[in-house]
Design a protein around this ligand. Sequence first.
Ligand SMILES: [Fe+2]
Ligand SMILES: [Fe+2]
Length: 479
Amino acid sequence: MSQEPQSTEHNLRHDGRVLLLSFYAALRSLKLYPLENATVQKALDDLLAAGQQLLGPEEVVELRVSGDFLFVNDTRLRLELDNYASFSQVLGLLRTFEVGTLGIHKGIERREWQALLSVFLSLGTRDTAGSRFEELQARLHRADIHHLHLEPLTAVEEEDSAEAREVAKRTYSQGVAVTKDVVNSVRMGRTANLKKVKRAVQLVVDQVLNNETSIVGLTTIRDYDEYTFTHSVNVCIFSVALGKKLGLGKLQLYDLGLAALLHDIGKARISLDILNKTSGLDEDEWKVMTRHPWFGTLTLFSSRRYEETPYRAILVAHEHHMKTDLTGYPKAIRPRTLGLYSRLVSVADGFDAATTRRSYQTVPIQPDVVLREMWDNPNRGYDRLLVKALINLIGIYPVGTCVILDTLEVGLVAAANPDPSVLNRPQVRIVIDADGAVRPPPGDLVDLSDGDGRGGYARSIVKVTDPARYGLVVGDYFV
Ligand SMILES: [Fe+2]
Ligand SMILES: [Fe+2]
């Protein structure tokens, strides 16, 4: 009996996902084909069935938007890779129309779903004088819909997402604070209190595990001056998220997170003059710098006397610059295979180091360039499989990203390039042409890996921009 609430939640989650997928599939097919088309008809049948399945014996079931999440009644739908597109696009659509709740009532008819989708599609491209929500409501009323009801997005729901961001921020600051503490103790020759560090790492892991989108929020909180500390926290976050993606369990993630947070602890034994130098390091200084893995190993070893330091953290501190081909530092005396955690942390480390603004690197390199280099250049010595996992995690240009092209056109990213060697060249819908004219949806689909016939590319991304600047509603172009 005690199993019941859990299994109800499980069913809601499952049926909610099915509804989301079929809603999006029906919306897409209705946008592409006329109503009488068999694909559309099948999609509507599926949607009707999914709605009924989700309702079960209940009178009403509600799909709610809260912050960056979708709920079915009180159960949050989990964002997973296979439902990412439908999830984010349905969420985007509801937000565009300021819909906070979509209620589905017992007795819902196929006709009503169809009407709802048609209203969404017909309103999608149009500018309305009043609020989009009110216009939507008025249309639904006219369409004689009784088994679907809408409620507007409220300030409370917006607050929820603000709160989630607050929690993420607190976790981040705590990570920075404990790292600072440990580094300072080591600098003063004291033994680090790893208990606090472990607690901070657990918070990060719990955040990553419970809150799929928080990782995005957390990694954007990077505009701190204190590179040494924020770098460690970022590497911890990226490593844990990567580890999660590879299927590591919670306890393994705690270990990995700790190892990642402490990977550069050896730098606490290097003089600040060298660490904070804004110009390049001379040969002697560089030699000192390359000792930090070894210093880290010693530091963590000595802390073992007082407390249990996982063996893996020591290994990661020692191996994280060795490179998979062992051409890095410190030099390996005999052939060895780097531990999984070491390879993982070095990928996270390389990515963060290159994309963050530092004292001697005033302009951060764009993530796509960094990932490309990590992927392409074997001399960098990263585990390519893990680089690929990182690319999947971060997505160089996630679907929906608004980009300015070198042709002066503006586009929306529609899909990643299936060829991993040209990940920085996604497929893009042109939404504004070179003369500044807005193209009606769906916009021409172009492949940025297409050549210009002279050995170059026909179009390349110049920069990422905010679609709102161009008055674009990304949801309008979802097909
Ligand atoms: Fe390092
Ligand atoms: Fe590092």
